[in-house]
Design a protein around this ligand. Structure first.
Ligand SMILES: Nc1ncnc2c1ncn2[C@@H]1O[C@H](COP(=O)(O)OP(=O)(O)OP(=O)(O)O)[C@@H](O)[C@H]1O
Ligand SMILES: [Mg+2]
Length: 311
């Protein structure tokens, strides 16, 4: 029986397979990485730095994104792991938020890998949450479930009062993630060196058809690169659309994350450190001969035409 709302009407639910469908909006892994950096630099979070790395956790290769922003309460973490919730539009911050849809974390993280753990501390409370396709598949879940476990940040004691599902959530994380003890959870909290901040750990990194991870971590130990086979695909696409002439090489931002991140923001607010080395921002707007300002403002209003159709 579907869960009922306070109106006595059944709630919609979301199939676990939607996590993968939703991630296909990112046809290129670097735009998925950008979602996670956007979140760290958005007003309200305002991280000064974000560290991006690849690490081995047991026998699993993982991506990590660690920021020293505001961190989250367990309730905020629940919204982060849900769909369509964003508070950014309502803020009075003078800075423009990049996030609008309440979807970027889900689409971005699930594009990079099948599973993610989020460790976050906000000064008083430290919480771990899990968004995992492997877990949902293993337990044959009919709808997306997101285990969340809050601990007191000073005493490391599990907070049972904040969420009544803490014990079940902890058991799910220890059984189905790459973390198998509470000590390991606390080691991850401790690896966020600031009092507040968030660390995202992604494993079961997406692989290409040849079985290799779609991001090449070996060729340059200070970069994430796309292998030649993928670069050729991008080149074909650019040539077909007329964006690249026959004899031209594709710009390095298409296959080097370091090059892409150096031009990603017109006004960078957060310093990105990729594999221990800072990204040097290149301010594209300063190098252009002719500048035209065009502010992207998505419009959500619809005009109501007749009684049956929106236009
Ligand atoms: N690194 C982070 N630190 C603190 N809060 C975060 C972090 N990442 C995400 N959040 C919170 O989770 C919410 C959901 O993030 P998500 O990226 O899914 O949506 P969004 O940024 O609001 O909108 P968009 O879909 O346009 O990216 C954010 O609004 C923010 O409150
Ligand atoms: Mg976002």
């Amino acid at each position: 029986m579907a869960r009922l709302s306070e109106h006595g009407i059944r709630l919609s639910s979301m199939s676990p397979s939607f996590l993968n469908s939703n991630s296909t909006s990112h046809t290129w892994p670097f735009s998925a990485v950008a979602e996670l950096i956007d979140n760290a630099s958005d007003p309200g979070v305002s991280a000064k730095q974000i560290w991006i790395d690849v690490v081995d956790e047991g026998d699993q290769r993982c991506l990590t994104f660690t920021d020293n922003g505001s961190g989250m309460t367990p309730n905020k973490l629940h919204k982060m792991l849900s769909f369509g919730f964003t508070e950014k539009g309502s803020g009075k911050s003078s800075q423009q938020a990049i996030g609008v849809y309440g979807n970027g974390f889900k689409s971005g993280s699930m594009r990079l890998g099948r599973d993610a753990l989020i460790f976050t501390k906000n000064g008083g409370c430290q919480s771990v949450g899990m968004l995992s396709q492997t877990y949902l598949h293993n337990i044959k879940a009919q709808a997306v479930m997101v285990p969340i476990v809050p601990f007191n940040q000073q005493t490391n004691i599990l907070l049972l009062v904040v969420t009544e599902d803490s014990t079940a959530s902890l058991a799910a994380i220890l059984k189905h993630s790459i973390i198998s003890s509470e000590e390991q959870i606390h080691a991850h909290f401790d690896s966020i060196h600031s009092k507040k901040g968030t660390k995202i750990l992604i494993w079961n990194i997406r692989r290409a058809k040849d079985g290799k991870t779609e991001i090449d971590f070996e060729t340059d130990p200070t970069d994430f690169r796309l292998p030649e086979i993928q670069t050729e695909e991008i080149k074909k696409g650019l040539s077909n659309s007329g964006s690249l002439r026959h004899h031209q090489n594709i710009p390095d931002m298409y296959y080097s994350l370091r090059a892409y991140l150096s031009i990603l923001y017109l006004k960078p607010r957060t310093q990105v450190i990729l594999r221990g080395k800072k990204i040097q921002a290149r301010l594209v707007s300063k190098k252009l001969s002719y500048i035209e300002h065009d502010v992207y403002k998505p419009q959500f209003s619809v005009s109501y035409c007749d009684s049956t159709r929106y236009v």
